[in-house]
Design a protein around this ligand. Structure first.
Ligand code: GLN
Length: 484
């Protein structure tokens, strides 16, 4: 018999419905994996008892026929989503004792559909990072690590590692500049950042509000469709939430891609690109071509300005969003004589170095005299990047690129404190998508010579996750990647 934790969500649901397995035994299997795989440091808070209670309830529902779409499916939740009565930290000391009195809309949607929560997953502090090394709870270890401990990617490193190591059926993530896609690529799992506005941001700790989007990280493409069905939808509590109808994403799974135009942007193949990444990119294009897709070459000429624009806009918004952690209303306080000192002491003790750096950069680019030179210019670049995609999508239906230019590296190898640019450069293939508000999915394509996973990215038109799912499923079938 296969291991219960190897089952995808769709396989589990089928077996739960026929009562081949029970929600309690399935949930227990994940809980056992959580203790077995504690060494990866994926969970920062565990709620196993709560999950088991829910599993008993799910058992009743399967018996009396009132089971909901994700009944009895045990999930991990990135610790950036507020969960009612369960500690929510953003992996920052400044709110490491915060217990929200409310549930985020996305997690409430999942609960309403019958999902169970196993606990809260590690991330880079306030989702700022690309290796999960800035977390106040320490780094996540990539389950694919060989002799040396490798990073799981970031910021949703805990989510990707937990899915890869079977410590949950699927996880939630958030993506501001690649935080769902890059850790998915590093851990050999599948994740989708939907169109900006698809999932409510209500109750998600804010990093950069015009870029942040929630999405699922799963074992395969079909599970991503199932999860997104539940997570997405209009929410009056988020003014940027979209009223565009959410289709049943699973209905696109299995559709053929004959005649579909797949765009390859030449700007994503700079001189010196890792030859393995380049070769897998070609292989992915070949797989899609073999299934009837047409490969077209497109240009995204402003790609080279995306990183600098992102690293102005994201810190600007972060500096504003993080002003609320002042020791007065939320989280921890360091006492002082007077208000200014209270702010200084609290924020000095509470924030980690990378978060402080972003606050400083953000405050600088928003200040009088520099606003025009940095922030306004970055916003203009953002528009040009969006225009590039609009032009490209006149020639193709979906865009194929690598997710990351590199494979997972060893923990501590890229010293973010001393050389942050080195880390920021790895986001080169993901940030444009957030600047343009588009949907994009990463799925594993194969292993490097070192036996580490590489991911491919599919970028779609705004609100056209449908084409991404259809294409991703065919690419997944053709790639035949063997999960951990
Ligand atoms: N690595 C990027 C950053 O550090 C993206 C993070 C994210 O998407 N949350 O900002």
């Amino acid at each position: 018999m296969t291991n219960l934790t190897d089952l995808t969500i769709s396989e589990s649901l089928a077996k739960l419905k026929t009562k081949d397995i029970s929600p309690v035994e399935l949930t227990q299997a994940y809980i056992d994996k959580m203790s077995e795989n504690g060494k990866y440091n994926a969970y920062v808070t565990q709620t196993a008892e709560q999950a088991l209670e829910g599993a008993k309830e799910a058992e009743k529902r399967y018996t009396n026929g009132t089971n909901r779409p994700l009944e009895g499916i045990a999930l991990g939740i990135k610790d950036l989503f507020c969960t009612k009565n369960v500690r929510t930290t953003a992996c920052s000391h400044i709110i490491d004792n915060f217990i929200p009195p409310y549930e985020s809309t996305v997690t409430q949607n999942l609960l309403d559909d019958g999902a169970l929560f196993l606990g809260k997953l590690n991330l880079d502090e306030f989702a700022m990072g690309g290796s999960n090394e800035t977390s106040c709870f320490g780094p996540v270890v990539n389950p694919w690590s060989k002799e040396r401990k490798l990073v799981a990617g970031g910021s949703s490193g805990g989510s990707a590692a937990a899915v890869a190591a079977k410590m949950c059926a699927a996880a939630t993530g958030t993506d501001t500049g690649g935080s769902i896609r890059q850790p998915s690529a590093f851990c050999g799992v599948t994740g989708i950042k939907p169109t900006y506005g698809r999932c409510s941001r209500n109750g998600i700790v804010a990093f950069a509000s015009s870029l942040d989007q929630a999405g699922p990280i799963c074992k395969d493409v079909t599970d991503c469709a199932l999860m997104l069905n539940s997570m997405a939808g209009y929410d009056a509590k988020d003014s940027t939430s979209s009223r565009i109808a959410v289709p049943d994403f699973t209905s696109f799974i299995g559709q053929d891609i004959k005649g579909l135009k797949v765009g390859l942007p030449e700007e994503y193949r700079p001189d010196g690109l890792n030859p393995e990444v380049s070769a897998y990119w070609d292989k992915a294009a070949e797989i899609l071509k073999a299934q009837g897709a047409e490969i077209v070459h497109i240009g995204l000429p402003h790609t080279k300005y995306a990183l600098p624009a992102y690293y102005v806009i994201a810190p600007a918004e972060a500096s504003s969003n993080l002003a609320r952690y002042d020791g007065v209303r939320y989280g921890n306080r360091v006492e002082a004589n007077g208000l200014d000192e209270l702010y200084i002491n609290t924020r000095t003790a509470g924030f980690g170095n990378e978060v402080k750096r972003r606050i400083l950069i953000g405050t600088y680019v928003l200040s009088a005299g520099y606003y025009d030179a940095y922030y306004l210019k970055a916003q203009k670049v953002r528009r040009l990047i969006k225009n590039d995609f609009d032009e490209a999508f006149k020639k193709c239906d979906v865009i194929l690129t690598p997710t990351s230019p590199i494979e997972p590296f060893a923990i501590g190898d890229k010293n973010m404190l001393e050389n942050p640019i080195n880390m920021y450069l790895n986001d080169v293939f993901t940030v444009s998508v957030n600047l343009a508000g588009l949907p994009a999915l990463s799925l594993p394509i194969g292993l490097s010579a070192n036996g580490l996973p590489f991911g491919m990215q599919l970028i779609g038109k705004a609100f056209d996750e449908a084409t991404i799912f259809k294409t991703a499923y065919q690419l997944e079938r053709g790639a035949n990647f063997v999960r951990m």
